[in-house]
Design a protein around this ligand. Sequence first.
Ligand SMILES: *Cc1c(COP(=O)(O)O)cnc(C)c1O
Length: 400
Amino acid sequence: MWSRRDFLETLSGVPLIGGLVGTAAVAGTAPVQAASRDYFGDLGIKPFINAAGTYTDMTASLMPEEVRAAWEYAAQHFVPLNDLHDRIGERIATLVKAEAAMVTSGAAAAMTLGTAGVLTGTDRQKVVHLPNLVDMKTEVIIQKAHRFGYDHAVRNCGVRLIEVETADELERALTWHTAMMLFYNNNNSEGKIRDEEFVRLGKKHGIPTLNDCAADVPPVENLWKYTAMGFDLVAFSGGKGLRGPQSAGLLVGRKDLVAAARMNAAPNGDSIGRGMKVNKEEMLAMLVALETYLARDHAKEMQDFQTRAETIRQAVTTVPGVTAEIFVPEVANHVPHVRVKWDAAARGVTPTDLSRMLREGTPSIGVRPGDELLIGVWMMRPGEAEVVAKRLKEVLEKKS
Ligand SMILES: *Cc1c(COP(=O)(O)O)cnc(C)c1O
């Protein structure tokens, strides 16, 4: 296993305390603590350095020390759950400059609960009926270019998605069955109707709009940009850029809709959201994650990511025949990544082979398998960019 000692050894040459504390503060993740028991090792599970990003199946992000302390604190006390839900929601709403907010079990749950709230309002009988749309509206409008896997989180509520392409088509698709309009923030530039116009159409026709911004922090301003723009509800993942619990997220927006979403959520037993339970640990840790994130020096953090990316780019391009470039995705995962390229046929190794070799090596390094080798640096812990750079160079050289 990747022990604390291995980790410290990789930092040789770095002034130890200054190096660790300095970078940890920027990255928001502390170095690995020695554990009294090798829990994952005992299960035959080998942890890896995250050289990919905030992917759920790779466990996404690590909680900073402040967040873990909040979790640990919450785990030691009983509290009235609904009161805690209220107070934390109010605090989060203030922090993100929204009318209201609630902690959910993730962005997907925020989408389901937000939709449920739009459908039921505060009618308890409707809450019980869902996903059977008895006396409820049945359709949600979405742009064709915005269809995505996560729209299942909205379809969970029994609604039908109506696809449109232009503003004209959208207005013609509106009927008295229309409950909501769904927007996928990441695809803003791919749809014919852009965010502001989408909001304007929603307001014109009195239809609530929901924006899925799950992976769209950073930049930090996105936490209030879309509610300020006029989206009625906005969903964020708690365990991606915000580095809260991976099983948490935020639904923010209109007070009446968040209140209605709460009625559809746990701990209410007879509700569509009962299985999307959030307990005191996730709630408190989510609040503290948000506070911690807001207090961070974002420019400095971005500079740190850039430095890591540059370290990796420089190391791999010393290998003959290997090129690399740094790029920043436009919306989601809006941080520096490194794209590494080589002639797979000539070198006899594909990006997929290489990602397997990285994962199976020591230390184990996790990247996204795919047609190209993309290295995400933002979920690395201090010192790991150097380790990844060295290992990548080694593996590519062996194959030259
Ligand atoms: C990650 C993601 C989700 C799901 O978020 P969770 O917090 O894991 O529920 C939804 N939509 C998009 C676009 C995402 O990237």
